[in-house]
Design a protein around this ligand. Structure first.
Ligand SMILES: Nc1nc2c(c(=O)[nH]1)N[C@H]1C(S)=C(S)[C@@H](COP(=O)(O)O)O[C@H]1N2
Ligand SMILES: [Mo]
Length: 161
């Protein structure tokens, strides 16, 4: 069937109105020697992440005024599931930013890879699609520079070591 030109134009326009990533696009890759059933890495779409058990952190951050309810997978759970046993992980952003985060802190404070804030998927503009979230409001002792530096936004990969 030949598609009318106006219909093509309309779908292109609609395409532009959609978010910069869809539920089926890879947004996160976990890497590590021996990780992921011997594949050394595993990639996740937003849909894949949403299908895993979800955790929540309700907190304020230095970059957001009001408290929000952040939802996503527990990073400790994901590392365990993928057999990553290193004592730290390198969390890389879409830009050149990265942070080396001790797994002990990830475990202790139940860090999450937030994909939603107040029920809405995080967009790149709003520090998504993935933002490493820590419970700053619940634990004022970690509301400081060192821990802020762990809170990588626009995360695109997590590497063992
Ligand atoms: N993607 C990304 N996440 C990031 C950063 C960054 O530059 N890019 N800076 C980190 C550091 S070192 C800290 S202290 C805070 C800095 O936030 P600010 O630049 O708003 O002060 O966010 C952290 N998360
Ligand atoms: Mo920082």
């Amino acid at each position: 069937m030949k598609m009318p030109r106006t219909l093509i134009a309309a779908s292109l326009l609609l395409g532009c109105a959609l978010p910069a990533f869809s539920a089926d696009k890879v947004i996160l890759t976990i890497k590590g020697a021996g990780c992921c059933q011997g594949k050394n890495e595993q990639s996740f779409t937003l849909k894949d992440l949403a299908a895993l058990p979800q955790s929540e952190i309700i907190t304020q951050t230095p970059w957001t005024k009001a408290k929000s309810r952040y939802q996503g997978v527990s990073l400790a759970m994901l590392l365990k599931k993928l057999q990553i046993t290193s004592s730290s992980v390198k969390i890389r952003a879409l830009n050149d930013y990265w942070a080396q985060v001790p797994v002990a802190e990830i475990d202790k404070y139940k860090a999450i890879l937030a994909t939603h804030a107040d029920g809405k998927a995080l967009t790149i503009r709003n520090k998504g699609p993935v933002w490493l979230m820590l419970p700053l409001s619940e634990h004022p002792e970690i509301n400081k520079e060192q821990y802020h530096s762990y809170m990588v936004w626009q995360v695109h990969s997590v590497e063992a070591g």
